[in-house]
Design a protein around this ligand. Structure first.
Ligand SMILES: Nc1ncnc2c1ncn2[C@@H]1O[C@H](COP(=O)(O)OP(=O)(O)OP(=O)(O)O)[C@@H](O)[C@H]1O
Ligand SMILES: [Mg+2]
Length: 307
């Protein structure tokens, strides 16, 4: 395993530092013991400590709509899971490399990425995995090279299982492997679904975001039927919720009505803190540990462990 020194982060002079740490508490919406989903608040038990690690539960972070919080949720859920003693591997499965960059890793300068593991039989996953700034959280990085894989894999035997073959050697090293998918339902995303135990669907609290979900669920059903019988929907995560707007609350009500218990109790509010953490190159749980955003992702980690 190679290790990149952290600290280079993203070289932008606007990089904010030393976040003031407390911001708006947002859990209580109406003072009647209801959570932001409109359902009664439930107690989620403190996750039990584990003595042995692995085999990993693989979760695909998936939505073909762009900009809904897939990458942000991958980084912050991963970091929150490590706070509960879990070992986590993040897989950047988007040629844009936003997950790698969001962790302060200059992916465009890397010689070897997930692309090489997928395509070159001589490169193993352990040659490419790198440590991140978060203890017990590793990254399988990606960059623009991965865009060629989609074309090259088409002619491969067992092309839908390429990611599963790639991950198999390290499944016992981790408790969770989170795969950050690109915004499409192409072959890379099908690979992520074929390798996954569960799908986590981030859904922006905005009217148009409901439109594509039926197609996504249809794709998940097909992958379950044809490639991966164990695949389930772990949960739908409402993101970019603004409790002050009627629109956000109406979309939330529709989502809960349509998907019921599949919707996580945890809701991620819209806050400028998340774009800031991307510039800082670290998760919100370390950059602003007491912020509402950090607390929300910790709560999500509890729910994911409990499901
Ligand atoms: N809860 C939030 N509040 C405000 N901004 C957010 C929130 N979550 C994410 N963002 C910002 O929205 C933008 C898109 O988020 P992100 O990259 O996580 O989405 P994505 O689904 O991975 O996008 P893509 O489909 O392009 O991969 C980023 O600038 C991110 O910082
Ligand atoms: Mg992304």
């Amino acid at each position: 395993m190679s290790t990149l020194p952290h600290g280079g982060a993203v070289e932008l002079s606007i990089a904010p530092r030393a976040a003031s740490d407390d911001d708006e508490a947002h859990e209580e919406v109406n003072g009647q013991g209801l959570g932001p989903t409109g359902r009664p608040k439930r107690h989620i038990p403190e996750p039990s400590l584990i003595e042995h690690h692995g085999p990993a539960r693989v979760l695909a972070m998936c939505n073909q709509k762009g900009g809904v919080g897939k990458t942000t949720s991958t980084i912050n859920l991963g970091a929150a899971l490590t706070e509960f003693g879990r070992r986590v591997l993040l897989v950047d499965f988007d040629p844009q490399g936003a997950l790698s960059v969001g962790l302060g890793i200059p992916a465009h300068t890397l010689d070897q990425t997930i692309y090489n593991v997928l395509i070159e039989r001589s490169v193993g996953i352990r040659d490419v995995v790198i440590r991140t700034c978060v203890d017990n959280m590793d990254l399988l990085p990606s960059n623009i090279d991965l865009s060629a894989a989609e074309v090259q894999l088409v002619s491969e035997v067992g092309r839908e299982h390429s990611l599963l073959r790639t991950l198999r050697p390290v499944l016992d090293d981790y408790d969770y492997i989170l795969v950050d998918c690109q915004p499409s339902l192409g072959l890379l995303t099908v690979n992520a679904l074929a390798a996954a135990d569960g799908v986590l669907i981030p859904l922006e609290c905005e009217f148009f975001s409901l439109r594509g979900v039926a197609l996504l669920i249809d794709t998940i059903d097909k992958v379950r039927d044809r490639l991966n019988p164990k695949l389930e929907i772990t949960g739908i995560l409402a993101t970019m919720f603004d409790p002050r707007t009627l629109h956000s609350r109406e979309v939330m009500a529709r989502v809960v009505e349509a998907f019921k218990e599949t919707v996580f109790d945890t809701v991620i509010n819209r806050t400028v803190r998340f774009p800031e953490t991307t510039v800082a190159g670290e998760p919100i749980t370390t950059w602003a540990p007491r912020s509402a955003g950090a607390k929300a992702y910790r709560q999500l980690a509890r729910e994911v462990i409990a499901r």
